[in-house]
Design a protein around this ligand. Structure first.
Ligand code: HEM
Ligand code: HEM
Length: 190
């Protein structure tokens, strides 16, 4: 398998970015719900510190992933996909990238508004771009929650589309994001 994308499939680097971020998003939801169940105290702060560190990691990985995508264009869509599906895929991918950037940034601003500066695994303390404020914290908290819910819903739709391609259309769309051989089907050049 190649490091770079080619015209028919995603390369190792794009796949590693995709699947690492998927795992980290799941970790984020697990940590957020664990924090939610804990009473105020040191244990909750520790779980939230992990949530913040992994969230900042998602932000950094998404920026690197977009640079990689810019340097190494993604494979073309299979030729016989209807136009509306191409547009839907384009919009949902842009939406997913936007949410992968905006959700952590809002989390970061929310932490500053709460007067809890963000540390990345205790190694680097990130700057605060806004001053502490209860009103700002409340607004940013609601926004962070709504963005996370939107990310979750769009990811579900995205997974449903990937599974439809694989099991109903029986094309290579899912396989080309997996480290497996592409289907050899000469009638349908995918
Ligand atoms: C893609 C990345 C992220 C996702 C999917 C995510 C998701 C969530 C979810 C689902 C919650 C629970 C919402 C609620 O309170 O009911 C939450 C809470 C929280 N998140 Fe994130 N988050 C992400 C990144 C971040 C980052 C980067 C930070 C800070 C640097 C952060 C800080 C927080 C904090 C402090 C809370 C608790 C808010 C409170 O209860 O006061 N999140 N996050
Ligand atoms: C949090 C969950 C997920 C996020 C945020 C996400 C995000 C993305 C993004 C942004 C792309 C566009 C890549 C590009 O062309 O630049 C993509 C592509 C893709 N994703 Fe996901 N993904 C998630 C979960 C999944 C899962 C669970 C599956 C499989 C069941 C999946 C299957 C695919 C496939 C097959 C593609 C390639 C689509 C194509 O070739 O046009 N994704 N994903």
């Amino acid at each position: 398998m190649q490091l770079k994308n080619d015209e028919s499939r995603y390369g190792v680097v794009a796949q590693l970015f995709h699947w690492t971020i998927v795992v980290l998003i799941i970790v984020q939801f697990v940590l957020a719900s664990r924090a939610d169940e804990l009473p105020r105290g040191i244990a909750k702060i520790q779980v939230l510190a992990q949530h913040k560190s992994f969230g900042i990691t998602i932000l950094g990985l998404t920026l690197l992933r977009l640079i990689w995508r810019w340097l190494n264009p993604v494979p073309a869509e299979p030729a016989d996909i209807p136009r509306w599906q191409r547009i839907a895929a384009r919009i949902s991918h842009i939406g997913l990238y936007a949410l992968l950037l905006i959700t952590p940034v809002v989390g970061w601003l929310m932490s500053s508004a709460r007067n809890f500066p963000v540390s990345w695994f205790g190694l680097v303390t990130l700057p605060d771009f806004i001053a502490p404020s209860k009103a700002a914290y409340e607004l940013l908290h609601e926004t962070h929650q709504a963005l996370a819910l939107t990310l979750f819903s769009l990811a579900l739709l995205h997974v449903a589309a990937a599974l439809k391609h694989h099991f109903i259309d029986k094309d290579n769309v899912l396989r080309r994001m997996l480290p497996v051989k592409l289907q050899q089907n000469t009638d349908r050049p995918r």
